[in-house]
Design a protein around this ligand. Structure first.
Ligand code: NAD
Length: 497
């Protein structure tokens, strides 16, 4: 397999040349080795000044018994590198394996996932969208529990500092790259606290960027419009799961998920990869499109200050696309001129190094040193949040196979006059008091204990409450305190409450 020959670190004497950068190279699984091989050949031919360290991670490491998918040597390689170039990996199925992608992003603090997509004639002529995806929080916090026989839970964690730095990153990216508009996508109409915070922070930080048009859309219509009217969008900022989904949608609308590149940017580290996975359905056949990884390598070169090489590769790639040389995923009979396998496509790019596209607009990284991947986010301290916090009551989640009325009677008998039972919900919808017979009830009940307005509740009462439930043989599986912040409830109502 071709790799860039390790360049001696002493080879930086020419002051005109950017310094040699050390990069950790992970060949990945499935189509990973094929597209990495093709990408490295192009980087080599273009004169990228890279000292490559092999980085072993992924399926083989998992299956060797390492549930994290990366060894201590792997982490050591990463700490010695200026950046990581990573091919997709396969996460084995089953709960014994954690996603290495998520582990890498979170361990290295790679909070921003920047995913540009452009359509190239003859596909959709008016698509030029950059998705800025929050990379560390949301449902990808990876905190899941099975709480009862019937019910499983995944925690969606959203923090103010996390929202602030991704939203600021999106606006800084837009400003540095002359982008006109930033659109925020959330589901704040349903998740009023978590997604509501993201939307609120977007509005707050947006005030620092008055020259940039800004709007907010609910994710469902936003995703639909991204597919149908991508020309209405420019930069999109959104949370982790939505960003993962909409960036695949946009890449497919632009031609193929095989074109999608991404930069995972942190304050000290950066990792570059294609947006797609290891594509086991086409692995080993030599037909995968290497463009996503190659364009991620272009983003990496710009990040490393090797703008001239990045520009040569990107323009040669545009020229190959324009010349109708297309891998299978973007090959269209009547529009494409040549069906190219992975290696042939890489050769076509190499043959065009030094050429510019004629119909498509050439990229100009060398002339304009703006960072398309941007590590340019200023270090703004997160807002220091101070609020008066009071305790209103407690939600106790109970496992029981019963009816709402029977459960309410058991709970009230167990707890006595300590604190009133205010409500029971099942899967979030109120089933007591005054539930509906049609509501499907599982074995997982949220039982809200809350004193009447004006009456106090405190942690000692919570402990006594649990003691009484346990003494009555009632199985509680989790509790959530009901806090108020500056008088505003920090908890949601039950649906139907
Ligand atoms: P996938 O992206 O691998 O494949 C989806 C479809 O797109 C397949 O039909 C595939 O053939 C096609 N495709 C993807 N990349 C292509 C390319 N470069 N050229 C041509 N066609 C391409 O998604 P999946 O099948 O859901 O996942 C497969 C594996 O990849 C899973 O183990 C998953 O966990 C992993 N995955 C890894 C990453 C990563 O490493 N960053 C990201 C996503 C998925």
């Amino acid at each position: 397999m071709a790799t860039i020959a390790p360049t001696p670190q002493t080879g930086t004497a020419n002051p005109v040349q950017p310094p040699v950068a050390t990069i950790a190279i992970a060949h990945g699984d499935g189509i990973g080795p094929e597209i990495m091989d093709a990408t490295l050949r192009v980087l080599d031919a273009a004169g990228a000044r890279l000292h490559c360290l092999p980085l072993e991670l992924g399926e083989a490491v998992y299956l060797a018994g390492n549930s994290a998918g990366i060894t201590a040597e792997g982490w050591d390689t990463i700490t010695r590198a200026d950046a990581i170039l990573k091919a997709p990996i396969t996460t084995p199925l089953g709960s014994g394996y954690k996603s290495l992608n998520v582990t890498l992003r979170k361990t290295l603090g790679l909070f921003a996932n920047v995913r540009p997509s452009r359509a190239y004639t003859p596909f959709v002529p008016t698509l030029d969208v950059v998705i800025v995806r929050e990379n560390e929080e949301d449902l990808y916090a990876g905190i899941e529990h099975r709480q009862t026989e019937e019910v499983y839970q995944c925690l969606k964690l959203v923090s103010r500092p996390g929202c602030e730095r991704i939203v600021r990153h999106a606006f800084e990216f837009a400003r540095a790259n002359g982008r006109r508009k930033v659109t925020c996508l959330t589901k704040s109409n349903i998740m009023k606290l978590t997604d509501g915070l993201f939307q609120q922070v977007f509005a707050e930080i947006g005030r620092d960027y008055p020259e940039i048009e800004q709007d907010h859309m609910i994710i469902d219509i936003g995703a639909a419009r991204l597919a149908a009217r991508p020309q209405d969008f420019d930069v999109v900022v959104t949370s982790n799961l939505y960003g993962d989904i909409v960036s695949d949608i946009v890449a497919e609308v632009a031609g193929s998920v095989g074109l999608g590149a991404s930069a995972n940017i942190g304050l000290r580290s950066a990792m570059f990869e294609a947006i797609h996975g290891s594509a086991p359905d086409i692995a080993g056949r030599g037909i995968a499109n290497p463009s996503g990884l190659l364009l991620a390598a272009v983003m990496m070169l710009v990040h490393l200050g090797q703008n001239g090489v990045a520009e040569r590769i990107h323009n040669a790639w545009l020229r190959a696309i324009e010349d109708g040389i297309h891998p299978a995923d973007i090959h269209r009979p009547g529009q494409s001129l040549e069906l190219a396998g992975t290696e042939r496509f890489a050769d076509a790019v190499i043959e065009r190094l030094g050429q510019l596209p004629v119909q498509l607009e050439p990229v100009r990284y060398a002339a304009a040193p703006a960072q398309p991947t941007t590590s340019a986010t200023p270090l703004v301290q997160p807002t220091s949040v101070k609020a008066t916090k009071t305790l209103d009551g407690i939600d106790v989640f109970v496992c029981a196979r019963t009816s709402p009325d029977e459960l309410a009677a058991q709970l009230q008998a167990a707890v006595g006059a300590l604190v009133p039972l205010a409500m029971i919900t099942n899967r979030g919808v109120k089933v007591w008091p005054a539930g509906h017979a049609e509501t499907l009830c599982t074995d997982h009940w949220r039982c809200r204990f809350q004193p009447a307005a004006g009456k106090a509740f405190n942690p000692a009462m919570a402990v006594e409450l649990l003691r009484r439930l346990a003494a009555a043989g009632i199985e509680f599986v989790k509790t959530e305190q009901l806090y108020r912040f500056d008088g505003v409830p920090g908890y949601s109502l039950g649906q139907g409450q």
